[in-house]
Structure formats: C-alpha cells, structure tokens
Design a protein. Sequence first.
Length: 200
Amino acid sequence: MDLLLDPNVAYLIVLAAVFLAFLAVATPGTGLLEISALFCLVLAGYAIYNLSIHWWALAILALSILPLLLAIRNPGRRIYLVLSILLLIIGSLFLFAGADGLISVNPWVAIVSSVLAGVSFWFVLRKSLDAMSRPVYNLDVLVGQVGEAKTKIHNDGSVYVAGEMWSARSEKSIAAGSHVRVAGREGFVLVVEKVDSSNS
C-alpha cells in the first residue's frame, strides 16, 4: 500500500476515479464502470486520508468542472476547454503537499494527465449528450408505407422508405426498382412486399 502514498500515483488514482465516475454517469447500467469507479474512489480516499493535501487545490479541481460543462454545451468555444484544463493542471500540481509545503506531484505527470483527462472528458460527455438528445425513432410508423427496392430483395436487401435507407427482406423475390410496401419489421429489418402497379 506504500505505492498508493506516492503523490504521483495517488493523483493518477484520483483522476481515474473521477473519470470512471463520469463514464458511469454518462453510460449507466454497465455495472463494470460503477464497480471500477467505486474501487478507484476507495483507493483515492485512502491516499487522500494518509497524505497531506491542500484543500484549496481540491476546490480548484472541483471548479474545473464548470468550464468543462460550458465547453460541452458550446463545442465551438474551445476557450472553456482550455480554461478547464488549466484549472485541472493547477489543482493537480498543488493537490498533495510536498516537503516544501507546495508541490509534490511531478509537473509533467500533472500536465500530461490533465490534458488527456480534460480532452477525454469533453469528448466522452459530448458524445453521450449527443446520443441522449437524438430522438428515439418509432419504427412501427413505417408499417404500411410505400418505398422503393434499391437492391434485389429476398432474404436480404435494401429499400428506401420515408427518406431513409433500410435493410429489408421479403417472402418472395422482389426486383430492384420495384415499389414495395412495409408489411412489418423484425428489429431494424423491414419486412416488405411488392406493390402491384395496378394497386399503387
């Protein structure tokens, strides 16, 4: 356990705990991320309890979350991401008190890990928010709609329905270019049937 009391190792564990906690919140339900985050939080708690820390540096680390959230909401304004990374670096450098009372974390460890963590947080949370903001498409509304077979369809094929390309299958062979009607669906695969030109 002496390794955990090395300020550089302790800092990396704290950073890993925060990163895994963010991932667990962004992608809930996996179980593995939650357990990993909890494990790292326990190790980080042990290190923080046994090492002398600057509480103001911990406050700066916590404050770095605010510009990070602004960077996620305004992806075009990278100044927020830069500010978040700068706060991460400052908080990291001074988190654990050294023999001189100031710095005990290696500056290169703090700089490299802070840049990697800041960019990773921004990228992961941005992707998660994009995924959550996408509307959930109800595929059942496609049933009954008419489209066009873009390839020959039998066991598989492609159709163009409702302005999008879909994987499709049919009970009987349908030539490419034929008009088709969606009779049902099997997951994301549309079950289609040929529309007779006299009935279309």
